[in-house]
Design a protein around this ligand. Sequence first.
Ligand code: FAD
Length: 435
Amino acid sequence: CFCHLSGQVDDCFCDIETLEQFNNEKVYPLIQDIILKDYFRYYKVNLFKPCKFFDGDVGLCENEACSVKICPEEDLPKGMRNENFNKNCHEKGTLTICDSKKMDLGDVNGTLSNITKDFLSQWDVHDNTIHRFCDLDDETSADLQYVDLVNNPERYTGYKGPMAWRIWKSIYEENCFLPEDSNKKKNVMYAPFSQGENILQVTNGDLQGMCLEKRVFYRVISGLHTSINTHLSMEYLFEDGWGEKKWGPNLQEFQRRFDPSITKGEGTARLKNLYFIFLLELRALSKLYLYFKQESIFLFTGRLKEDKDMKQMLIKLLEVTNNFPMHFDEGVMFKDENAKSLKIEFAQRFLNVTRIIDCVTCEKCRLWGKLQTQGLGTALKILFSGEEISGIDNPPFKLLRQEVVSLVNAFARLSESIKSLEKFRELILLQQRSH
Ligand code: FAD
């Protein structure tokens, strides 16, 4: 089957079969339970930030499947409601009581300086001026609203054509690093995008001529794109003649996107990039193991029993990720004489990608696009933060609630995409047998 890949993940020392087995048996079952917990299922987000790019309006996605249901305050656990932000809440019988003692609970607080030297030595050298990979919203702002992710699943919405292509086109052509070959740039960059094919194709051959950091940037974007397109193929919308709607796997859609015989060979490289981004986020999570083990780190909704269970499950997940033997190695990145300027450019380009997502005209796609780019940005922040954070001049390293929630959910999406490949393989087998 074309989606049964083997060999090494590009730019990593990890073979695909080991990774799949690790995900399907260890990560996937655990993380699926974690994201159902209140702390992770309610995501606070500003879905209506103005789009800063693009002149011509290509319209809004008006499909019902594109809409997002905002979660009303009364459906939230008490400790997460706006009126109780940063208050100390505890349960008494069936009641949750919140007093005004400030707890700084919305955040996962804690400083690296509390952590052992051993731990610090795992972190790469960090430059505080450039570790901003995402815009972080003020969690108390009235522009932010909670969305229940479980009730607004990422799936096929019908968002496509020029509306979607201009986003991908601008991400690949204006924000990814391009191959040095200027002829290639000239020929493809300015082609009209009436068809997705006109998006600049960075082939595997082009990537070989680029430095590791630029390849990594491209691979994480392409891996995220693969993941999104795998989900929409797995949860495709079927309508029968009577207007009855059903969601389920669409093998043809999956094949159209990834079968190398249809995608001129590119499908395989795109699937491999999914494993790559999974490994990168896995590495970031593994680095958080000691951070979250600290007693002082709160993950708080006010439902104390649930919070305690959830923290235990999260630590278990982080322990599993920490024990994985074939991690992505961020230590080899940003090492040569251009390292500092390249790192700044890398962060700025990524920050820009996160801002382009405000221009996605399908609300549901914008929600999940934001969450997944924010999660990836958090992973990059973790990978490229380090010792100087604990220095006197720098603010202490800390992760906000939004960052923790987005990272864990984004990783869960990648884990689910890898798991879906198993399902698509079964469907292909069934199809072959029936012929
Ligand atoms: P596209 O996926 O639009 O791809 C455009 C071109 O990019 C392709 O022709 C190909 O040349 C290249 N390409 C494709 N995949 C890769 C890859 N992995 N790596 C490198 N290059 C690639 N749709 C939904 O139904 N549900 C969603 O939740 C959803 N979320 C989205 C979130 C974002 C941020 C964006 C930008 C789009 C989202 N979409 C979603 C739309 C979806 O991704 C596709 O754009 C849409 O289905 C049209 O697909 P397409 O076949 O025209 O090719």
